[in-house]
Design a protein around this ligand. Structure first.
Ligand code: GLU
Length: 442
């Protein structure tokens, strides 16, 4: 597989949409260029008493529609190219769901898994101190949230550090907090819930019933595990799941009980670990549980109705896209399908409900959290979910309208445009309009 190039992928998608929309060079340039890039080396304390230096980023892509919004990830592969891409996608994501926020993203290049709790706290506080003292973060300026390997606890330390420096409370400076510190009900499963509402609407349009719909879920972190639970409860058939160690699928016509999946994952730390030790797998145990152990790559190629991508970016690419057999892909992760793969899938007639629509439930409930924090209100869970449903369904309808409007346009590769192209078009249209109204773009 070729090296990942997330920002180039974003630019490629931007180019295609720009061609369809016939954007001017100035308009394209404005969307291709982040408003600010912050990069620094931060020093945090190790339990040994030594300090360690790591590279940290915050990219602020566009604030025409509101304060920058987007998570912070801790990952050993985080780099400027990736954070720039993710920040840009955040501007577009917020625009697709039409919430009044811009886009930003933060990252620290570190593998957080070996860190102790105190080390993680030190790292998180130092990062947020840097962002606060340099005027990067602020409730009306740039509002971070969790992303890959960052948690509500990390948000709590960051909030505390911010408020200590400010000398007063400002809970809306960060979202994805625990409920005790002003987090919103429904935020923990909102990415999955938002994706589920989109999928429901799409399948209902196709006349496809939950009991007749098989789903494979790649990635069983926050988004993937909640999605499996929500879909299972609604009557969909979860027939395969995976985590970073590998996957399992149903060895019969049946489907998984999500309760068992959670137990397996909890007991052995991974699905595969329940049935195999190294290369040796317990055939009897697998038979009894009607499970077949598969690789992550095999899971991607299963013949299912819906493939849910809920792990990292770039997993469906030019070299494996041709072997995808699912009828539909739902992107719960950011950037899991590359532009090259998109073209291949399109030719095969496989639709992709793109990240900036499908996983926008997370940032939408983050926005609800921000609204609650600024008003001092606390919303009920049903109210949060009803509002989320409406926003996700409206966004889906807006994309549908764009697909109708821009079918047979120059720049579209075939009759009609993809969901991703439609999402980019809707997002771009709104951001450009905001920039023009402000006079920052002529
Ligand atoms: N990290 C999430 C995303 O990529 C959530 C961002 C947020 O809540 O601000 O959408």
């Amino acid at each position: 597989m070729a090296a990942k190039k997330p920002f180039l992928n974003f630019l490629k998608n931007l180019d295609t949409a720009a061609e369809i929309l016939q954007l001017s060079e100035a308009e394209k340039e404005a969307l291709a260029t982040p408003e600010a890039i912050h990069e620094t080396e931060i020093e945090f304390s190790r339990d040994s008493g030594e300090t360690e230096t790591v590279t940290a980023y915050r990219v602020q892509h566009n604030s025409a529609r509101g304060p920058y919004k987007g998570g912070i990830r801790y990952h050993h592969e985080a780099d400027l190219e990736e954070v720039k891409a993710l920040a840009s996608l955040m501007s577009f994501k917020c625009s697709v769901v039409n919430i009044p926020m811009g886009g930003g993203k933060g990252g620290i290049k570190i593998n957080p898994k070996p860190l102790s709790e105190t080390e993680l706290e030190s790292l998180s506080r130092v990062y947020f101190r840097w962002g606060t003292e340099n005027g990067i973060f602020g409730v009306n300026k740039d509002v971070p949230a969790p992303d890959v390997y960052t948690t509500p606890q990390i948000m709590s330390w960051m909030l505390d550090e911010h408020e200590k420096i400010l000398g007063h409370k400002s809970p809306g400076v960060i979202t994805g907090k625990p409920l005790e510190l002003g987090g919103s009900l429904g935020r923990n499963y909102s990415t999955a819930m938002g994706g589920f509402y989109v999928l429901q609407k799409h399948l209902a349009k196709l006349g496809k019933k939950p009991v007749d719909t098989t789903i494979a879920v790649q990635g069983f972190g926050n988004a993937g595990s909640y999605f499996a639970e929500i879909a299972h409860e609604a009557g969909y058939k979860i027939v395969a799941v995976s985590d970073s160690k590998g996957g399992i699928c149903c060895d019969s016509d049946g489907y998984f009980e999500v309760k068992s999946l959670k137990e397996w994952k909890k007991q052995a730390g991974s699905f595969r670990g329940n049935f195999c030790e190294g290369d040796t797998c317990d055939i009897e145990k697998m038979k009894k549980s009607q499970v077949k152990v598969i690789s992550n790559e095999e899971l991607l190629k299963l013949d299912v109705d819906v493939l849910v991508l809920a792990a990292l970016d770039g997993v469906v690419h030019d070299e494996n896209a041709d072997e995808i057999s699912a009828k539909l892909i739902l992107e719960l992760a950011n950037g899991p399908v590359t532009p090259e793969a998109d073209e291949i899938l399109e030719k095969k007639g496989i639709e992709v409900l793109p990240d900036i629509l499908a996983n926008a439930g997370g940032v939408t409930v983050s926005y609800f959290e921000w609204v609650q924090n600024r008003s001092g209100d606390v919303w009920e869970e049903d109210y949060v979910n009803a509002k989320l449903k409406k926003i996700m369904e409206n966004a889906y309808s807006d994309l549908e309208k764009a697909r109708e409007k821009f079918a047979f346009q120059p720049g579209s590769r075939q009759a009609g445009i993809s969901w991703r192209q439609a999402a980019f078009i809707v997002a771009i249209d709104r951001i450009i309009a905001a920039m023009k109204l402000r006079g920052t773009l002529k």
